[in-house]
Design a protein around this ligand. Structure first.
Ligand SMILES: C[S@@+](CC[C@H](N)C(=O)[O-])C[C@H]1O[C@@H](n2cnc3c(N)ncnc32)[C@H](O)[C@@H]1O
Length: 246
């Protein structure tokens, strides 16, 4: 568990143990100073650092990583498109390292997340512990076996979303949004075609609201430079938003 962060403009240090002095490239910080929750601390070399408590955003930097995680830029848009709020009951799958599940839990009332592989389920459990998440239930099973029902929203990040959707659709509320995260556009087309077929064969009806991509370009803004960074995080995945309408 990371208790404190020592930070300046260029560096961030995560402090686990506040019972002994903490060493940084700017010198060491006395354990008495590590007990503070905020304020300035001075290192033995005279440098100043700020002390703060870690937030969700910081902990993602320290979380364990198994399979590819959903990026922050996409998590934010997915959560907004799903319309999640403090009353929402949300299904997430596959859990992977649990990044999306943990992010959703910070907004929703309750999240259930399914992961079929034991080794990733264990990584997610460790991350749940690191973030001290109370409203997240992790299930080590294929999401086609989902037991819970009456979901307000669903976030899927797995390679065969339609197989999962066949089990999930009857378990989401009419009006609920479903997000599907897929890296390749032919996977999106396949999904949309299968949804069309599903609608013809079932009473429940799903519409495709939109398929989007989130491009984020970071800029350098200082005294001398006002320009985008040379390197940009390009394509991550396509986000397809579906909605149950009947
Ligand atoms: C790309 S990772 C998910 C990453 C996760 N969303 C995150 O942000 O950390 C995909 C995960 O889905 C799991 N998975 C694939 N098919 C599944 C299924 N039918 N049910 C449950 N988990 C599944 C895989 O084992 C893998 O861990």
């Amino acid at each position: 568990m990371f208790k404190k962060i020592l930070i300046n403009k260029d560096k961030k240090y995560f402090v686990k143990n506040t019972d002994e002095d903490f060493h940084t490239q700017f010198g060491s910080v006395k354990k008495a100073d590590l007990k503070k929750n905020k304020g300035r601390v001075k290192t033995n070399k005279g440098y100043e650092l700020f002390i703060i408590k870690p937030r969700l955003r910081d902990l993602f930097e320290k979380a364990k990583r198994g399979p590819q995680t959903i990026r922050l830029k996409d998590m934010a848009v997915i959560s907004a498109e799903l319309g999640i709020n403090k009353k929402s009951f949300v299904l997430d799958a596959g859990t992977g390292s649990g990044f999306m599940a943990i992010f959703l839990s910070s907004i929703a009332k309750k999240v259930v997340s399914y992961e079929k592989r034991k080794e990733f389920f264990k990584v997610a459990e460790q991350n749940k512990e690191l973030f001290q998440v109370k409203n997240l239930k992790l299930v080590n099973d294929d999401v086609v076996n989902v037991k819970e029902k009456n979901f307000d929203a669903v976030s899927l990040d797995l390679p065969e979303p339609f197989e999962a959707l066949k089990s999930i659709i009857p378990r989401v509320k009419v009006g609920a949004f479903i997000s599907v995260y897929l890296p390749q556009i032919d996977q999106v087309k396949d999904l949309v075609m299968k949804i069309e077929k599903y609608n013809n064969e079932h009473e429940a009806k799903i519409i495709q609201v939109k398929t989007i991509e989130v491009l984020q370009r970071e800029w350098i803004v200082d005294k001398r430079r006002l320009r985008p960074k040379n390197v940009m995080l390009g394509h991550t995945a396509f986000i397809t938003i579906l909605r149950r309408v009947l």
